[in-house]
Write a protein that binds this ligand. Structure first.
Ligand SMILES: [Zn+2]
Length: 416
């Protein structure tokens, strides 16, 4: 290839990539709902009834004074290339983000403007990977299916009615009973759409959430600016009946999201604004998970959004709360429950935790002079994790465990 052709080649692909980046649609939930209504007009009334049930529950106050609610999740990885057959760790990284963000334990909350911090809430919902499948058998809560259909998540069947990903006869992977599991399909969405969720009151066979590989989890295929796991947080907001903060239509101040403590907002936010955007007479709450901002600055749900989601779970999605699919207990301060075993240690020691929902920790080891002696390593818990320390000389050390919201220090003796 001579230099001129090479330059044209670069220009062409450079422009293509630029255009792709411009045409990415963060969320296909409203479009999918409108398509569903066209095919099934009867769902309009069902949705109205569903909304009323949820609103009645909110008004009754049952959303307050309760335990943390746990939603069992199954992740269906539908891959076309081996690269897309993402490892379990990438899935754990996404669950860990959910368990931070729905408990207000996310460390990017600190960047929320002070005037908005008081609006934020610990929603009080956590997520587990199902341990029991629909047949009663043990499972990791992950299914893996290969496909040769490109962008399967975007495709519809021959008459344009059914979305293929949900139906086995159309090459998809059917949901586990959506009354009992939150189904999440990680699949190709043409790199043009990040995610899609179903509102409560939709079609049972198509109930759940689709996420593109590029916007799922925090490692591996996840790509900036959607590589902090916030796309799924947003889509679960829809799944639990939340609208976008600007309402159904952008470009005006005529319509709200039906939530009284989110300010009126004209349109979606892009990126992470340096100046505070202002519309409809107030500053925009672009930190809200139901906006389109980049993952880095999506950091909170408001109190009433939290109440809406909890009310949804306690009424029209209450089948998720039977607690038989995960059989784990919620730990309020999980880091404190991690045991350090095998101390004094020789070549390694063990970190152990058997209960709780998935979270991520960093492990850093210091000597008695406060100097870090090994690179920080990240692990997901609950787990039994062997930490290799064969290169450390004998002596006394301090092991610091760090999660998004807490730190714990343990003594370690290396003796051989
Ligand atoms: Zn959305």
């Amino acid at each position: 290839m001579n230099k001129k052709i090479f330059f044209l080649f670069l220009l062409f692909f450079g422009v293509t990539i630029y255009m792709d980046a411009q045409s990415v649609e963060p969320c296909g939930t409203t479009a999918a709902w409108n398509h569903l209504l066209n095919v099934h007009p009867e769902l309009a009334q069902k949705r109205i009834n569903t909304q009323k049930q949820i609103q009645d529950a909110m008004n009754s106050g049952i959303v307050h004074s309760r335990d943390v609610l746990v939603i069992p999740v199954v992740v269906h990885v539908v891959y076309k290339t081996q690269f897309e057959n993402i490892p379990d760790k990438e899935i754990f990284s996404q669950l860990a983000v959910l368990n931070q963000d729905f408990r207000k334990k996310n460390n990017n909350f600190s960047q929320v403007h002070d005037s908005f911090k008081g609006l934020a809430t610990d929603v009080g919902i956590e997520f587990c990977l199902a341990k029991v499948d629909p047949f009663g058998n043990p499972t990791k809560g992950i299914t893996r299916t290969s496909t040769n259909i490109a962008n399967l998540g975007l495709q519809y069947g021959p008459n344009g009615e059914r979305q293929r990903i949900f139906y086995e006869d159309l090459g998809g992977v059917p949901a586990w009973n959506p009354d009992e599991y939150l189904n999440i399909w990680v699949c190709e969405l043409g790199a043009t759409l990040l995610g899609q969720a179903s509102f409560p009151g939709g079609l049972k066979a198509e109930d759940g959430i689709l996420i593109d590989f590029f916007a799922f989890g925090t490692q591996g295929m996840a790509q900036a600016p959607n590589n902090l796991g916030k796309t799924l947080v947003h889509e679960i907001g829809h799944y639990l009946n939340l609208k976008h903060v600007w309402g159904n239509h952008s470009g005006d101040c005529d319509e709200d999201d039906g939530i009284s403590d989110t300010p009126m907002q004209e349109k979606p936010t892009k990126g992470c604004p340096g100046n505070r955007p202002f519309s409809c007479g107030s500053f925009d709450l672009f930190y809200d998970f139901m906006d389109y901002s980049s993952d880095a600055c999506l950091a909170m749900f408001t109190k009433e959004q939290g109440e809406m989601m909890v009310a949804t779970l306690q009424t029209v999605r209450s089948g998720l709360l039977t607690q038989t699919k995960c059989q784990t207990q919620v730990l309020e301060h999980p880091l404190r429950h991690i045991e350090l075993r095998g101390n004094p240690a020789g070549e390694n020691f063990v970190l152990f935790l058997s209960e709780g929902n998935i979270f991520e920790i960093g492990v850093t080891i210091y000597n008695i002079y406060g100097q870090q002696v090994l690179d920080t390593q990240n692990y997901f818990f609950p787990n039994e994790q062997v930490v290799d320390i064969h290169q450390l000389p004998q002596g006394l050390y301090f092991v610091m465990l760090t999660s998004s919201d807490a730190k714990v220090i343990k003594k370690l003796v290396v003796a051989r």
